[in-house]
Write a protein that binds this ligand. Structure first.
Ligand SMILES: Nc1nc2c(ncn2[C@@H]2O[C@H](COP(=O)(O)OP(=O)(O)OP(=O)(O)O)[C@@H](O)[C@H]2O)c(=O)[nH]1
Length: 315
């Protein structure tokens, strides 16, 4: 039976007192997939609580020390993330706390936080609305006094192939030429009826669900404005996926697709243009993926801000 004396005895701490079997400095040690709630203001002034997965790491610069203090990292993550709204200064302070609790062991700390942020989106035409869950990945690191803050998200949209649209138009012209004799006068009602029939659209261009994966490096002092950023990207593309859709919304979406024919290169350039003007973005990286319905493979384009030594210089 445990007694007072047993429970109060000194517990061995092999991480600190035992020598490692093999000596060596380690790049990163810590915990992945810590389960914790986070509070996030995506820039609309409303703080949302989400379930997150967190990675918390420090380096182990001392080859002769067995291990780091995992519980110290865990407790700081738990305390900070479940009580404070995520922002640049609290993440900086949290990483500083990692290093302060690992004096003599570590001089680098990093943190990754993954969760989904729900946003209510209105339908294109009808009075309905529905939810979009945008994935968010925040990564922060502290090395000496250099604090780096990055975040990533994804925008899903529809892309209609401009080449396929041109080829379809040609077939529609061919059908028109075959159905209407060039020598005969054209009747308005007959043409209108033809346009409303399936013969008036004998070929349709292929379209695909497409994904833009965004990675953003913030300039020092800048904070997340997730919704503003996503809104700009969706507006630049013109065809973000819809939630609640009645027929009037579907028709508006068809019109938006017809007005925004896009190769993956076009989509990447549109996003590049939309982000280039934002001074809060030290760098950005975009991977555009058109999940082709013509091919079994995807069409992919990458774009970045093009800063010296930035994302663009790595494959
Ligand atoms: N360093 C390390 N700890 C691990 C690992 N896996 C589990 N742990 C456990 O994490 C537990 C808590 O770690 P510590 O932070 O050292 O706990 P503690 O010694 O009670 O706390 P401090 O006195 O603040 O150091 C330890 O009992 C370890 O067994 C591992 O791979 N490495």
């Amino acid at each position: 039976m445990p007694n007072q004396e047993n429970t109060a005895r000194l517990l061995p701490d092999v991480a600190v007192h035992a020598q490692p079997h093999l000596a060596g400095a380690l790049d990163w040690v810590g915990m992945a997939d810590i389960q914790v709630p986070v509070l996030f203001d995506a820039g609309d002034g409303q703080v949302q609580r989400s379930s997150a997965r967190v990675g918390a790491f420090v380096n182990l610069s001392r080859p002769d020390k067995r291990g780091i203090h995992m519980s110290r990292l865990y407790l700081q993550v738990e305390q900070a993330l479940s009580t404070q709204t995520l922002d640049a200064s609290m993440l900086h302070a949290l990483l500083r706390g990692f290093l302060d609790s690992h004096k003599d062991l570590s001089d680098r700390a990093c943190l990754s936080i993954q969760f989904e942020h729900l946003v209510r989106r209105p339908a294109l035409k009808s009075a309905n609305s529905g939810w979009r869950a945008y994935p968010v990945c925040i990564e922060a690191s502290l090395t000496s006094d250099e604090f780096l803050l990055e975040f990533g998200t994804e925008v899903v949209y529809s892309s209609t192939c401009p080449a396929s649209a041109a080829l379809s138009r040609q077939l529609i012209q061919d059908q028109f030429a075959s159905d209407f004799d060039a020598g005969q006068p054209l009747g308005h009602a007959a043409v209108l009826a033809w346009l409303g029939s399936e013969r008036g659209i004998v070929a349709t261009p292929h379209a695909q669900r497409s994904v833009a994966r965004l990675r953003i490096r913030l300039v020092p002092g800048a904070d997340f404005h997730l919704i503003g950023l996503i809104d700009r990207v969706e507006h630049a593309l013109g065809t973000p996926v819809q939630t609640a859709v009645k027929r009037e919304d579907e028709q508006a979406f068809a019109l938006a697709n017809g007005g925004n024919l896009m190769f993956c290169e076009d989509a990447a350039r549109r996003i590049q243009k939309a982000l280039d003007a934002d001074a809060a973005l030290g760098d950005f990286h975009v991977r555009v993926e058109h999940q082709e319905s013509l091919h079994p493979h995807d069409a992919v384009a990458y774009a970045s801000k093009g800063v010296e030594g930035g994302y663009g210089s790595t494959p």
